[in-house]
Write a protein that binds this ligand. Structure first.
Ligand code: ADP
Ligand code: MG
Length: 248
């Protein structure tokens, strides 16, 4: 799958989702072009995680269309598989396999999904562990690492699959303050290298520095979407203003 410069890498149109009776995503429209960096913020429960989980089909939407690099996300399992290879994801709680070493966490999908020979998978994994600056941790288990190191392993693991897009769901919110920077630095480097990214985060310094657009969600809706400077200095909506007052 390759996206031409004109073709959006991610495109959501009229997306609605319900959990039972609860309308969690309301008419979401969002286009992300190749190389764009989007930061999503908003109060707890506003649907941010649900939105990005829909983008790699960890959740199903009921109305509207989601396209990744031109492939529509439907119940077609083949399509879902294709899309998941193109979309890397990092979660708040890292979600590493605790019984596998750092290196094994990184090689697993390369060997089983991409059918890469073990030796080559290990070389690839080491390259990405070097990129997130923890090659020396390769033989350890996740439980032996700090939170910041574990999150960097999670990023390396996702990058091993050479995704076109990276999704981050509050990657630093479970970390002790002194470890937030090391993870944001890796994410910033990735952004500077041209990765297409959607980041749910309340790290507003990161948003100012890295985002092309900041999106504010509340109660399942996109309330506001603008360039960082406009977003922070001149928010259009009262709800955005109130939110910013609470977190800044
Ligand atoms: P955010 O990431 O912005 O905090 P979420 O997307 O996690 O918000 O959740 C949005 C809303 O959907 C919340 O009210 C949450 O309780 C509800 N929700 C999330 N997951 C489920 C689920 N699996 N079943 C039912 N309700 C859910
Ligand atoms: Mg969330």
């Amino acid at each position: 799958m390759s996206a031409s410069p004109q073709q959006p890498v991610i495109s959501l149109s009229g997306v609605n989702k319900w959990y039972g009776q609860f309308h969690v995503l309301k008419d979401i429209n969002l286009t992300v072009n190749k190389g764009e960096k989007i930061v999503i913020c908003g109060p707890s429960g506003s649907g941010k995680s649900t939105l990005i989980r829909c983008i790699n089909r960890l959740e199903e939407h009921q109305q509207g269309t989601i396209q990744i690099a031109g492939h529509e996300l439907t119940n077609d399992l083949k399509n879902i598989e294709l899309v998941r290879r193109e979309v890397g994801m990092c979660f708040q709680h890292f979600n590493l396999f605790p019984h596998l070493t750092v290196l094994e966490n990184c090689t697993l999908a390369l060997v089983w999904v991409k059918k890469m020979p073990q030796k080559e998978a290990e070389q690839t994994a080491m390259q990405f562990l070097e990129r997130v600056k923890i090659p020396e941790q390769a033989g350890k288990y996740p439980g032996q690492l700090s939170g910041g190191q574990q999150q960097r392993v999670a990023i390396a693991r996702a990058l091993c699959m050479t995704p076109q897009v990276m999704l981050f769901d509050e990657p630093t919110s479970a970390l002790d303050p002194e470890m937030v920077r090391e993870v944001l630095d890796v994410m910033t480097e990735l952004a500077n290298e041209g990765m297409t990214m959607i980041c749910v985060t309340h790290e507003m310094g990161f948003a100012r520095e890295v985002a092309d657009r900041v999106i504010f969600m509340d109660m399942g809706e996109i309330i506001e979407e603008s360039a960082p400077q406009a977003f922070f200095e001149n928010p259009e909506s009262d709800r955005t203003q109130l939110f910013l007052e609470q977190i800044l």
